[in-house]
Design a protein around this ligand. Sequence first.
Ligand SMILES: [Zn+2]
Length: 143
Amino acid sequence: MDPSLIVGALMGAGIVGFLLLIRFKDLPQPAPVSPFRHLDERKASIYENLRDLQFEYRVDKLSDQDYQATKLELQKELARVLEETDRIKAQLGQPVTVASAPRSKPVPQTAPHTTHTCPTCGAGFDKALKFCGECGKPMEVSQ
Ligand SMILES: [Zn+2]
């Protein structure tokens, strides 16, 4: 094979790759993809189908049986989409609530803000600390 052909082919591939790279860069909002987006789109299309179905039924294009059967199918599909949405929400929501709960718990607004007292120097803290923020000695979590 003529080496210049290979070079030409490589250059061609390189140019195509470069153009593709530019195209991908120019695509609007590639990074922030919501995990619910495809589900929202599916939900929207199901609602649209339901509307179409109702319209066709009203103008007598569908038999009652066909209407009920298709409606049931769409509703099942919708239930699946909602279930999937809930599942993703639970997956996303759980780590957030678990992480924030222990942090916000020791700050009850009604209680006095010295619920934990250092046994060494007597300094009061609103949070249970492993070490005293005043004297640096280990603090026992007294409850
Ligand atoms: Zn102390």
